[in-house]
Design a protein around this ligand. Structure first.
Ligand SMILES: Cc1ncc(COP(=O)(O)O)c(C=O)c1O
Length: 398
């Protein structure tokens, strides 16, 4: 086993200096060592991949689809993606020039940021938000600027956005939106999307809109940011959440052709292309009526689970912003209990074997909150809520 020669480590790419693995994964790994632990910690659907979707991958393998394809994905897969965006959100993208199939939403985000950001650029992010964004921005030498949205129900307002644009000056290049939101479970309605778009329209900023949870909304239908301002939007989506395919690693990215030309370069340099069997499966998931029904069935389950968790937790004294999408409940720790969210989560998992995620890892506004992922079976959630109830009762403020 080679040990790295120490001199080699001195001057490696500095934007990686000090970066650590995702804190959620670190906590999750710690929690996994506890025997009998229940983990509501990862953003990972518990459903199996639908059979017809699996079959499409198997067919692709059997048909020897084992060769390099076009970097942006096979035309039929891009067409399926374009059809999905049109049918579901009334978005018009040319599959030949405006869409690429990526290795999960993550690679799409990375390729987009990689081709847009120069060192020193600033990127505005309403927070709390998905913790990976921070790292993807920093490795490009750019600076994340958080806009704390706790006081506005975790929804960015046009006033907050305008102020952040004014305060941060010409270095601001991108606004990174995510709705429905991980970690808050809150989403934006059509009016809120329009209000943000009206501010952005007056600028030369690019919006990267991560809408990976767009199929999991529990009230009004999802309104895509790209519906309001396609000329300034890079849209991120995929099948990870809608079809419980997190491990299959297929995402999609769509935007105006000139921007997509550059994003496609980064994508090609990074990964060449996504994998053929997985692309075939994603096309099946996105383009068939059965695929649509799969998501609807999962969605019906998520609603039951959300209602169950929210009712119990509100009864225990947690304050919860209305979770109207994704599969997260973001809850404020009741007063009298450990208020440091990290300490709270470690105490809970050690004493009652329930792993939840501390809110401060998601940026400003997440302090004193915990994130519960309800992408788990009802039985698991029932046991989890029993443990949480026991913890709350056993640690009552004196
Ligand atoms: C907001 C958000 N964006 C992107 C991702 C990553 O998606 P993928 O697994 O398709 O890379 C996640 C996963 O948790 C997420 O929550």
């Amino acid at each position: 086993m080679p040990n790295t020669k120490p001199g080699l480590l001195k001057d490696l790419k500095h934007t990686y200096d000090g970066l650590k693995p995702n804190p959620i994964r670190i906590f999750d790994a710690e929690a996994s060592k506890i025997e009998g632990v229940i983990k509501l910690s990862l953003g990972e659907p518990d459903f199996n991949v639908p059979e017809h979707v699996k079959q499409a991958a198997i067919d692709a393998i059997k048909d020897n689809e084992s060769h390099y394809g076009p970097s942006n994905g096979w035309p039929y897969v891009r067409k399926a993606a374009a059809g999905f965006l049109k049918d579901r959100y009334n978005l018009d993208y040319n599959p030949d020039t405006e869409i690429a199939i990526t290795v999960g939403a993550t690679e799409g985000l990375h390729s987009a940021l990689d081709t847009i950001l120069n060192p020193g650029d600033k990127i505005l992010m309403p927070s709390p938000t998905f913790s990976l964004y921070d790292q993807l921005v920093r490795i490009n030498g750019a600076e994340p600027v958080y806009i704390n949205t706790e006081s506005t129900g975790f929804v960015l307002t046009p006033e907050q956005l305008q102020k952040a644009i004014d305060d941060n000056g010409p270095k601001v290049k991108v606004i990174l939106l995510n709705f429905p939101s991980n970690p808050t479970g809150v989403t934006y309605n059509a009016e809120q999307v329009k209000a943000i778009a009206d501010v952005v329209r007056k600028t030369n900023l690019i919006v990267i809109s991560d809408e990976i949870y767009s199929e999991l909304t529990y009230g009004a239908k999802h309104a895509s940011f790209a519906g309001e301002l396609p000329e300034q939007t890079i849209l991120i989506n995929g099948v990870s959440k809608s079809h419980a395919m997190t491990g299959w690693r297929i995402g999609l990215i769509a935007g105006p052709a000139d921007l997509m030309k550059r994003v496609s370069l980064a994508h090609a340099f990074n990964v060449t292309s996504a994998s053929n069997p997985e692309m075939a499966a994603a096309a099946e998931a996105l383009s068939t009526e059965e695929g649509r029904q799969d998501t609807l069935k999962m969605k019906a389950e998520y609603i039951k689970r959300r209602d169950f968790v929210v009712e119990i937790m509100r009864g225990l004294g947690f304050k919860i912003a209305n979770p109207s999408g994704a599969f997260y409940v973001f809850a404020k720790i009741p007063s009298g209990y450990i208020q440091d969210d990290n300490d709270f989560c470690y105490d809970l998992v050690r004493k009652n074997k329930l792993a939840l995620i501390a809110g401060s890892g998601f940026g400003p506004g997440g302090e004193h909150y915990i994130r519960v992922s309800y992408a788990a079976s009802m039985e698991t959630l029932q046991e989890a809520m029993k443990r949480l109830t026991a913890y709350i009762n056993e640690n009552k403020p004196k």
